[in-house]
Design a protein around this ligand. Structure first.
Ligand code: BDR
Ligand code: CA
Length: 310
């Protein structure tokens, strides 16, 4: 079983990504870190517990992470996931028992990487605050972790939170800079990759039409967001950034088109959070940017997740 550490700011699409990973037959989630992002950290931690409960998952250690970015105060951009981070449905679930471990998430990631040298994969679905802190605590992290799969950035400046910046990078641009300028083995799933893999609306509706309680849960938390994506923002289908990143981690051989580069992060002014692809001969191009993932595998993974009964 491949060991995986997930860092997340659950979030509607983070929740779907977790449900997918919990269905994967060949990997084991050895820890989940929560980070402030789509909603405040307390809500993130409650949402992780809700998702694990809905999935009927075996106990997984869950670690509290950063309550704000490395610099400044927490960014507020709650229009996508709602105040509770789960599209307004969190209150239906109360407070399921949480398996909160005492270590902070960054330290837990360092410990997990030291315990599994060269074999651990990390999936980062939120702002990169916890991951950057782990890099500062353990400079050897790039070699201890086999591969980082990161949902973040837009290398063609198609922003979703500002005209040029994607949320996860913008929300903690200093953390993103630390992580992306390292020599770690990184696979980046960007906002434009997300837009290239939206699920057409009729397919999305059909996927959630089943009677499984997972389909009901996903439908309930995502229906307002889907309506706004369709009517207000004019997307051709449902954008699923974090589930796409999870899919790439689950089946990296499904990547059909990608390129290698280094990525610089702008931290100042109007272009804060801009991610710029760079080719340089001075340092290896350690970041794989995913452009196309196999649509059959992608749709099958989602369908399998939504039809699952725990
Ligand atoms: C990213 O930002 C969040 O809203 C989503 O959960 C995803 O991780 C997309 O820009
Ligand atoms: Ca997220």
């Amino acid at each position: 079983m491949r060991p995986v550490f997930v860092d997340t700011d659950v979030g509607i699409d983070d929740a779907i990504a977790l449900l997918m990973l919990l269905r994967a037959p060949d990997l084991t989630i050895i820890g989940i870190g929560g980070v402030d992002g789509n909603c405040p950290l307390d809500a993130v931690m409650r949402n992780i517990a809700i998702v694990l409960d809905v999935a009927g998952a075996a106990p997984i250690p869950v670690y509290r992470g950063a309550t704000r970015p490395l610099m400044g105060t927490r960014p507020t951009f709650d229009i996508v996931h709602g105040d509770d981070g789960l599209g307004g449905v969190a209150h239906h679930f109360g407070s399921p028992p949480a398996n909160h471990a005492p270590l902070p998430a960054a330290m837990a990631l360092v410990e997990a990487a030291r315990a599994t040298p060269g074999t651990l994969d990390v999936l980062a679905l939120g702002p990169l605050t916890n991951i950057a802190l782990a890099f500062l605590l353990e400079p050897d992290l790039p070699r201890l972790v086999r591969r980082f799969f990161i949902m973040g950035g837009t290398l063609t400046a198609q922003g979703n939170v500002t005209p040029v910046a994607e949320f996860n990078i913008w929300a903690d641009a200093e953390a993103a800079k630390i992580v992306l300028k390292s020599d770690a083995n990184i696979t980046l799933i960007t906002w434009e990759a997300t837009l290239a893999h939206t699920i057409p609306w009729p397919t999305w509706q059909a996927m959630l039409a089943g009677q499984s309680h997972i389909a009901h849960f996903v439908h309930a938390m995502s229906s307002d967001l889907a309506a706004r994506c369709r009517t207000e923002w004019g997307y051709a289908g449902m954008p699923l950034p974090d589930p796409l990143a999870a899919a790439v981690l689950m089946q990296p051989e499904g990547v059909r088109q990608a390129y290698q580069c280094r990525v610089a992060v702008e931290t100042q002014g109007l272009a804060r959070g801009l991610t710029v692809p760079q080719t340089t001969h001075q340092a290896p191009a350690n970041i794989q940017v995913v452009e196309q993932f196999d649509p059959t595998i992608w749709h099958r993974m989602l369908q399998r997740t939504f039809t699952h009964e725990s």
